[in-house]
Design a protein around this ligand. Structure first.
Ligand code: MN
Length: 293
């Protein structure tokens, strides 16, 4: 398994430019990570030169990239508007092509619609039909470029489309592409699934990416609200050797705090050095918990 973190851990704004990512590559390498998960929207906006420079900088620090997407509503592949779906398909095709330049082969997130859902429409059957047809097209490009797309199973407050592992398996079966997999996230699973091990077992070989966080999105090991031993057992049982990426959100405020609904400090008042200590300890915890036995 390879271990990573989402880029936004140290900040309360989503914005991050190429220079910001270059500094984060150095930081996560020094902490001992294998991966940095970065924003698909930022990849979409970066120039070819910036992507090549980041690729070289990451390689020099032995850091790989995974790409995280919570698409804006204008790119909604489940939209009733054909023009919006078309816009979304073009958006993801550009991201996939830019990922090749960046040297990244894993795109993950709520690619099937937009995030977070505003629940203005909750026509689940229609959303499945429209987004599956759109994703069949995106999957062809992903197959050609050797990229895996992992569809994120979220909780009921963030989507109505995919909220359990079993639903995601059926959804993937209907897309029927070797490039299309599932992203499970312990934070969402903890809300929706009856049993974490059973949910991982259900995804089985379709598990393409794995997000980890405690019940309130604290770092793994910070409160052990998640049964990490049972999660590790599930991952070992299905022979998972893919990416394990933390999505920790400890800081209130800013656009990140608002999107994630962090209304109080969860960092114990940590400064930057304290935040580094928290995540270093969590990485050690995860490597130990998920080690082969
Ligand atoms: Mn997640």
């Amino acid at each position: 398994m390879k271990f990573g973190t989402l880029f936004s851990y140290w900040n309360t704004e989503w914005n991050c430019d190429a220079a910001g990512y270059a500094r984060l590559i150095e930081k996560v390498a020094a902490i001992g990570f294998d991966l940095l998960e970065i924003s698909a929207d930022h990849v979409h906006r970066m120039s070819e030169e910036e992507l090549v420079r980041l690729r070289e900088h990451a390689a020099a620090h032995r850091i790989g990239f995974t790409i995280n997407s919570g698409p804006a509503k204008e790119f909604d592949l489940a939209s009733v508007e054909a023009a919006t779906r078309q816009n979304g398909i073009a958006y993801f095709e550009t991201i996939l092509q830019k990922m090749v330049v960046l040297g990244a082969d894993s795109l993950a997130g709520a690619i099937y619609s937009y995030w977070p859902a505003d629940f203005v429409s909750t026509d689940k059957e229609g959303a499945w039909e429209r987004s599956i047809a759109a994703l069949k097209l995106v999957a062809k490009t992903a197959e050609r470029l050797g990229i895996t797309i992992s569809l994120e199973v979220l909780n009921r407050n963030e989507t109505y489309i995919l909220t359990t592992s079993a639903e995601a398996v059926e959804y993937c079966r209907r897309i029927d592409s070797p490039s299309m997999k599932i992203l499970l996230d312990t934070y969402h699973m903890n809300i929706e699934e009856d049993d974490l091990l059973e949910a991982i077992r259900t995804a089985g070989p379709l598990l393409g990416h794995f997000h980890v966080g405690e019940n309130n999105r604290k770092l793994p090991g910070m409160n052990n609200s998640i049964d990490w031993k049972r999660v590790a057992e599930g991952l070992h049982e299905i022979g998972y050797d893919g990416n394990v990426v933390m999505e920790p959100f400890l800081l209130a405020g800013g656009a990140v705090g608002h999107s994630i609904r962090v209304w109080r400090d969860l960092s114990d008042g940590a400064d930057t050095a304290g935040m580094d200590q928290h995540i270093t300890r969590s990485l050690q915890f995860l490597r130990a918990e998920f080690a082969a036995r």
